[in-house]
Design a binder for this molecule. Structure first.
Ligand code: GLA
Length: 348
């Protein structure tokens, strides 16, 4: 187990950015202090060949420009808030509208685009950020931290913690894009999600409020199914999102002991297992990637070249009283954890 760090350039304002490398067994994770971003996650396939299984860039510059949240720590509120509006304790708030008519991923100056303070441990790096009252339109000052810990069993664990000085809303996630083959597309990856229901969305990808059974729909991943098997099905939900971009209501939401999602690349044998304390997971099949973004080694990031399993509370919760609450009050401690574990399996 080891943690090392090195300089990774500096921001436009001249602040130095550091890159931390965590190594445990044969897995290696890299996190930068800009956006608390997971920039690399290298793991062996079934014959021991290493590959990077998350999308990322080789240098800092592309992270500083607007990008589709590759590995970003997303907050204050991951996913969409309708019209960027919500009310809390009788006051109304307007957040920046940065995705069609809606607020997405904390706004343009969200947690993915700020500099975090890092502190290394033996097998972990803890990143902290103080978000002032009113930042990106959100009420209350917030002290937030995320700790990335790499275990010898190939598990990358993210522990989130936050406290506020005034009631606010919070929904943190990590937006890693996985490709267990390390290149090509993910349509042949088999995915399983333990969810009997998903949240259908409207044309602007805001949940309608309904919890819809996956049964009989191409969104059913209760049994392992190739991501590409039904992605082009003539179904309204898939059409309007251009593929999968839906929040699944986890059957065992809140229980870190249960594997809630599992993806396998049959060719390399690499397996990703996801566990979380969160009630939902946004499964996004990289629908908006179009090859114009060039990532690691100059690779064009094409449509469906990666998938995200963003563990989180439900989108637009502040406007949906039936959804679990995302309100944080002074004196309370926000705590969530997610574990992404990488292993490899032999051909069956
Ligand atoms: C999330 C959203 C998608 C898209 C990506 C980033 O997964 O749900 O609609 O915005 O982030 O491009």
């Amino acid at each position: 187990m080891s943690v090392t760090s090195e300089p990774f350039g500096s921001t436009a304002a001249g602040h130095p950015v550091e890159r931390y490398t965590l190594r445990a067994g044969s897995v290696e994770a890299r996190v930068i202090t800009y956006g608390a971003t997971l920039v690399a996650l290298r793991a062996p396939d079934r014959s021991g060949t290493m590959a990077d299984v998350v999308l990322g860039f080789d240098s800092l510059a592309p992270y500083l420009r607007h990008h589709p949240y590759l590995g970003s720590l997303v907050g204050r509120f991951a996913n969409r808030i309708a019209g960027g509006r919500f009310s809390l304790d009788g006051a109304s708030y307007q957040l920046p509208v940065n995705n069609g008519p809606n607020h997405l991923h904390g706004g343009p100056g969200g947690f993915h685009a700020v500099l975090w303070q890092a502190e290394a441990g033996d097998d972990a790096v803890r990143l902290r950020y103080h978000s002032p009252d009113g930042e990106q339109g959100y009420p209350g000052a917030l002290d937030v931290s995320v700790t990335y810990t790499l275990g010898a069993d190939g598990a990358l664990r993210l522990d989130y913690e936050a406290r506020c000085d005034r009631a606010t809303i919070l929904n943190l996630t990590n937006h890693a894009y996985f490709n267990l083959a390390g290149s090509g597309n993910i349509l042949g990856h088999k995915l399983q999600i333990s969810a009997d229901h998903f949240l259908p969305v409207d044309a602007t990808l805001i949940p309608t409020g309904e919890l819809r059974p996956v049964e009989g729909t191409p969104l059913d991943f209760r049994a392992p199914t190739p991501i590409g098997a039904r992605i082009n099905a003539d179904e309204e939900q898939l059409r309007q999102a251009g593929g999968y971009d839906h929040c699944y209501v986890l059957n065992h939401g809140g229980d870190l002991g249960v594997i809630v999602a599992r993806a396998v690349d049959p060719l390399s044998g690499r397996v990703l297992e996801v566990r979380t304390t969160q009630p939902g997971v946004q499964f996004y099949s990289g629908n908006f990637l179009d090859g114009s973004l060039r990532g690691r080694g100059g690779q064009p990031y094409a449509r469906h070249c990666a998938f995200c399993l963003e563990t989180q509370h439900f989108p637009d919760s502040p406007n949906q009283p039936a959804f679990p609450s995302t309100v944080l009050r002074p004196g309370e401690i926000y705590r969530h954890s997610t574990i992404y574990r990488l292993t490899a399996e032999s051909p069956s």
